[in-house]
Design a protein around this ligand. Structure first.
Ligand SMILES: Cc1cc2nc3c(=O)[nH]c(=O)nc-3n(C[C@H](O)[C@H](O)[C@H](O)COP(=O)(O)OP(=O)(O)OC[C@H]3O[C@@H](n4cnc5c(N)ncnc54)[C@H](O)[C@@H]3O)c2cc1C
Length: 480
């Protein structure tokens, strides 16, 4: 038997539920001479084609660090390239296989795991799944009548009523015990496998690896959590944890985040920062539960009525949005930050997403895909949830008639224009009173600063106030 630990979105050797059970299981069975051990990660080419270089860089750094860490215990992380069912089919040619892994919620991952499970079980192996990505297992927070929640506030209330300290307690993984079996490792190159060598040459704004993730969490605990409630909405300052890629790839565990938030709650007088951050972590739990119960959100609007919306889908406007050339500074700054850094501040994600859907009347699925191609922290459940919230097509979404005014959002959350000027440098000399809407700058001022709207910076691609009315009508009449 080959005992396989399959790392996926849990790229850490500690506080990892499936890895804990794997090490404990192995202690019992590995002594039989024919048994082997394999620590595996699979790089799937198709999904990788879809991801941006900064996200791949995060993953590569993470895999390199994990590999080196395991090496200190004489353990080898094997990184295979190809489709998961094909790789397991190949492995099964050598021996029976028992796999341990943490479950994933994305419909395509569930489908892949079903295929692998079938293969393994058809040759008398076992596939053991564990719940680790979220605090509550998928399907674990239901209304009293057994149906899923679709509104956040009651979900959060129920979630907190079910939450006990044991749910976020640390789960120990006995690497020392595992290292005793180092001479029994199954080496992929013995078979016909394509090995993947991570390329660490690209630099990105948020670096991969558990060390970096834990350092972010500690520094956020020390310097950020207390003021989170008041600072989180301002894109020019670092007011949030920047932990989302670490939470996605599992370099930091969700239990570690909850422990840290509760430690802050217990030790501070003003609890609002920790409470607000905890609430955001519970939004993550909410969107994971939504994806689990309503997998149709992967392709369709959560609210079926809104599948009938006749989006205008003007591809030249879409291009302007992608390139950050809409003539709306806050939108352009956000889109340029996304492409340049692989990242966008949450407030600006909402503004740009709402602008695409309500001002340009372009299908949220186009925007969801573009974000997916560029975000380091792309996470299917959160990205889909965020997009459907902004487009008003999701559960507990922003009502369709409450449309952000991009000028006011900019004036409120980037009052000094610092964020806008950072990402839209051609506006650096524009006086503050026009920074949120340079098209209003009188010709005399333009001349003074040697700047011409329409030439040095685009005029607004659409009129926000006209588009707002059109969007409201589009949504109103899409109802069957
Ligand atoms: C259109 C759109 C797309 C988004 N796409 C993604 C995505 O692909 N991946 C992703 O992780 N988040 C996404 N979000 C949610 C949110 O913008 C990011 O989680 C947040 O900006 C990450 O920064 P942070 O780690 O500093 O968050 P913090 O504010 O420090 O929050 C801590 C953690 O809580 C979770 N969280 C925070 N806000 C939300 C939220 N609104 N919904 C769900 N979980 C949340 C994240 O895991 C985050 O890391 C999206 C939001 C919108 C509006």
């Amino acid at each position: 038997m080959i005992f396989v630990y399959w790392f996926r979105k849990d790229l850490r050797p500690d506080d990892n539920r499936a890895f804990h059970h794997f090490t404990e299981h192995l202690k019992k069975y590995i002594s039989e001479p024919e048994n082997k051990l394999l620590l595996l990660y699979i790089k799937n080419k198709n999904s990788f084609n879809y991801f941006g270089s900064k996200r791949i860089n995060f993953l590569n750094l993470t895999l390199t660090e994990l590999k080196n860490y395991l090496k200190d215990y004489n353990l080898n992380l094997e990184i295979a390239e190809g489709s998961s069912p094909e790789i397991f089919k190949n492995l099964l040619k050598s021996d029976n296989v028992t796999v341990f892994a943490n479950s994933q919620v994305e419909p395509y991952s569930i489908n892949r795991d079903e295929k692998v499970k079938k293969l393994i079980e058809s040759s008398s192996g076992k596939f053991y799944f564990f719940s680790d990505t979220t605090i509550m297992e998928f399907g674990g927070v239901l209304k009293d009548d057994g149906t899923p929640y679709t509104v956040f506030t009651p979900f959060k209330k129920k979630f907190l009523s079910l939450l006990f300290e044991k749910d976020y307690a640390k789960i120990k993984c006995d690497l020392k015990a595992l290292s005793k079996f180092s001479e029994k490792q199954f080496i992929l190159s013995e078979m016909n496998f394509k090995r993947y060598e991570p390329d660490n040459s690209v630099n990105s704004f948020i670096k991969g690896g558990r060390k970096e993730g834990v350092a972010f969490l500690n520094s956020f605990y020390k310097d950020g959590m207390q003021t989170y409630k008041y600072q989180r909405d301002f894109p020019a300052i670092k007011g949030t944890s920047l932990l989302s890629p670490h939470l996605h790839f599992g370099t930091v565990s969700i239990r570690e985040c909850f422990r840290t938030a509760y430690k802050k709650l217990e030790t501070s007088q003003d609890k609002t920062g920790a409470e607000t951050w905890l609430s955001e972590l519970i939004w993550r739990e909410f969107y994971y539960q939504i994806t689990f119960h309503f997998p149709h959100v992967m392709e369709k609007s959560f609210k079926s009525d809104y599948e009938n919306i006749l989006w205008e889908n003007d591809s030249s406007n879409f291009k302007k949005w992608c390139e950050g050339k809409t003539g709306y500074p806050i939108v352009d700054a956000g889109m340029r930050q996304l492409v340049q850094d692989g990242w966008m501040h949450n407030r600006v994600r909402m503004v740009t997403a709402m602008f695409l859907t309500k001002d340009l009347l372009i299908d949220w699925k186009w925007g969801e895909k573009f974000f997916a191609e560029h975000l380091i922290d792309l996470d299917f459940a959160n990205n889909n949830g965020g997009w459907q919230w902004s487009a008003s097509t999701g559960c507990d979404a922003q009502p369709y008639f409450r449309i952000f005014n991009p000028y006011l959002q900019s004036a409120k959350f980037d009052a000094d224009g610092i964020y806008v000027k950072k990402y839209v440098p051609e506006l650096k000399n524009v006086p503050l009173q026009y920074i949120h809407n340079p098209s209003e700058m009188p010709p005399t001022v333009q001349k003074e600063i040697n700047f011409k709207t329409g030439k040095d910076y685009p005029l607004p691609v659409v009129n926000h106030f006209e588009m707002k009315e059109r969007a409201i009508n589009l949504f109103k009449y899409s109802k069957r």
